[in-house]
Design a protein around this ligand. Structure first.
Ligand code: BGC
Length: 363
């Protein structure tokens, strides 16, 4: 069902265009005719289970299927290490480099250096502001935030909560996606704050999406609000789980809706347990496939048309982009994420969750 739709959407967006038709093709020209070898740098393994749990797996699969050599590494949140990995990949002759930046400044340095060495580049998932990547492959990240805002409203409405007090746990201020997610949920919630229908009692960003810091920040939010928090807009499952752990200590879990993102096994378990209101599922298999396809074509010196661009707000550059569609997940459709092959039943339905899985129709 959805899988087919997304696959078609991703594939349909990519048509081979002529190299000559494009402006700056220095990287393409230098890599033309070489045997493709793609380097991928993932950001860390702590800010979300997705990077090692989903992106690595689906990227490996996509490159394997295409018979293309790939070197996938993880910078583990270390910007110096990120730069070192990039330098090594360039020295080892990658024909295309795909990065998930740790911040735009250091990401830009890596992209510019690669470009100067004739290596084509792709921004994977996060746009590097002021950067020089040939392509940006991600989801519609404002739509992600909108689903989170709508999800929180739905769960509060379902719970019959009047005039709720809301806190925000935003993602890293250095991640452009966090800005886009916030734009999305603000578009839903701000009118409610302005109308006095909802109260916003805290709006905090979590440096580096660090889950431990998120718990500390949420504890402070709870203290500041005198223990009265009715809803938590958490930007991903890790931040959501940090809030849930604090709510548990205060015997408030299950009473306060918390949002999330990434459909991680832990997030899905929190949803089944009733401690998390919703998550946002992003079919990373499609994201990895689209990025791999572009990386391979760049390595061959081709230039595919994506049919879409995003404007880099810093440089004003229109970056050719593939933006996939996210999906909201509530208790009722946790089963869809498993059916789509994103997580396995074994990962979600461990012993403690077996009954909850059965009653959610996961068999
Ligand atoms: C990604 C999210 C992820 C977060 C933390 C964002 O840029 O889009 O999927 O949860 O980073 O790693």
């Amino acid at each position: 069902m959805r899988k087919g739709f997304l696959a078609a959407a991703a594939a349909g967006l990519l048509a081979t265009g002529s190299m000559a038709a494009c402006g700056d093709n220095s990287a393409d020209e230098e890599s033309a005719g070489k045997t493709p070898k793609v380097g991928v740098i993932l950001p860390d393994s702590k800010s979300s289970a997705r990077w090692e749990g989903a992106d690595r797996k689906f990227l490996e699969e996509a490159f394997k299927e295409a018979g293309v050599e790939a070197d996938i590494q993880n910078a583990q949140g270390d910007k110096t290490q990120f730069q070192t990995i990039a330098d090594q990949m360039i020295t080892q002759g990658v024909t295309a480099l795909m990065i998930v930046n740790l911040d735009s400044g250091t990401g830009k340095a890596v992209l510019d250096k690669a470009k100067s060495q004739g290596v084509a580049t792709i921004d994977y998932d996060r746009l590097t502001l002021g950067g020089s990547a040939e392509y940006y492959v991600s989801f519609d990240n404002e739509a992600v935030g909108k689903l989170q805002g709508e999800g929180l409203v739905k769960c509060l409405t379902d719970g019959g909560v009047q005039n709720p007090s809301i806190v925000y746990l935003n993602g890293a201020p250095t991640d452009n996606n966090a800005t886009l997610f916030k734009n999305g949920y603000d578009s839903v919630l701000k009118p409610k704050f302005d109308a006095g229908e909802y109260q916003q009692v805290a709006d905090d960003s979590v440096p580096d999406w660090d889950n431990a810091q998120a718990a500390t920040i949420f504890e402070q939010q709870l203290t500041k609000s005198g223990g009265k928090i009715d809803g938590v807009l958490a930007a991903n499952d890790g931040l959501g789980n940090a809030a849930i752990s604090v709510l548990k200590k205060n015997k408030l879990n299950g009473k306060v809706p918390v949002t999330g993102q990434d459909a991680t096994p832990q997030g899905l378990q929190n949803i089944l347990a009733g401690d998390q209101c919703m998550t946002v599922y992003k079919a990373i298999k499609q994201e990895a496939a689209a990025a791999a396809e572009l990386a391979i074509s760049l390595a061959k010196g081709e230039r595919k048309e994506t049919g879409q661009t995003v404007k880099d707000p810093e440089s004003g550059r229109d970056v050719p982009a593939v933006l996939l569609t996210p999906q909201a997940i509530y208790k009722e459709n946790v089963k869809d994420v498993i059916a789509d092959g994103f997580v396995t039943k074994d990962e979600v339905c461990t012993e403690a969750y077996a009954e909850l899985c059965a009653s959610a129709g996961i068999s």
